[in-house]
Design a protein around this ligand. Structure first.
Ligand code: GDP
Length: 203
């Protein structure tokens, strides 16, 4: 599929601030600094759509972007919401903030009827951290489909990427888990991710 347009729609901390309509939603979640903003910009090919932050943990809202796609297989255009959730696991956010995070993010993840699947981003240079594992387990326990995206794949050799993909599956305890290496710098993994997204758009 070909992304033809990407635009910012809304930010929300409560359900009544979610945008209206029934577009399918693909959600992105990950530790602060994992490369989430870079991935959103690389996927949409709209520079500056998501802010590549110098200050980790600053975005504390659920951000909705509408992406339009041309789908050659059905010769149609479809739109979807790309939903950017605040980063987790950043120490400086502090305990109080973390509770607020948990509450309005959990509400969104558990109640959105339009949510299709969650892309959880994990930095490929290291094993999933405690907060990554906790998040993953929480998503699975709540029956949310998860695609793991291993970010910054350009920082490792091809062999090391394959080795670390295996390691991520092992640490998360799911041997047949979908883990997709991604490089925003080289746009690697982009067409694979778009293929996965297209499956929920043509249903
Ligand atoms: P966020 O906090 O998760 O939104 O992360 P950002 O997108 O702001 O990226 C955090 C840092 O990682 C920035 O310095 C980016 O330039 C860098 N980064 C993000 N994605 C990649 C990637 O695919 N490859 C490399 N080499 N660096 C990346």
């Amino acid at each position: 599929i070909i992304i033809t347009q990407g635009k910012y729609i809304a930010s929300a901390v409560r359900a009544d601030q979610y945008p209206e309509g029934d577009l399918p939603e693909v959600v992105f979640i990950g530790r602060s600094n994992v490369g989430k903003s870079s991935l959103i910009n690389s996927l949409s090919r709209v520079g500056g759509l998501a802010r590549v932050s110098g200050t980790p943990g600053k975005t504390q809202t659920i951000n909705f972007y509408e992406l339009s796609a041309k789908i050659p297989s059905i010769e149609e255009r479809r739109s979807f919401f790309l939903v950017d959730l605040p980063g987790y696991g950043y120490a400086k956010t502090g305990q109080a903030n973390r509770k607020v995070w948990a509450k309005f993010i959990e509400e969104y993840l558990l109640k959105s009827p339009r949510l299709q699947f969650v892309c959880q981003l994990i930095d490929i240079r290291h094993d999933p951290m405690k907060s990554d594992i906790e998040m993953f387990n929480w998503l699975v326990e709540n029956n949310l489909p998860v695609l793991i995206i291993a970010t910054k794949a350009d920082k490792l050799s091809k062999n090391a990427v394959q080795k670390q993909v295996k390691q991520i599956k092992k640490v998360l305890g799911v041997p047949d888990l979908d883990v997709l290496p991604y490089s925003s710098v080289k746009s690697e993994g982009r067409s694979d991710l778009l293929d996965v997204i297209s499956t929920v758009l043509v249903e």
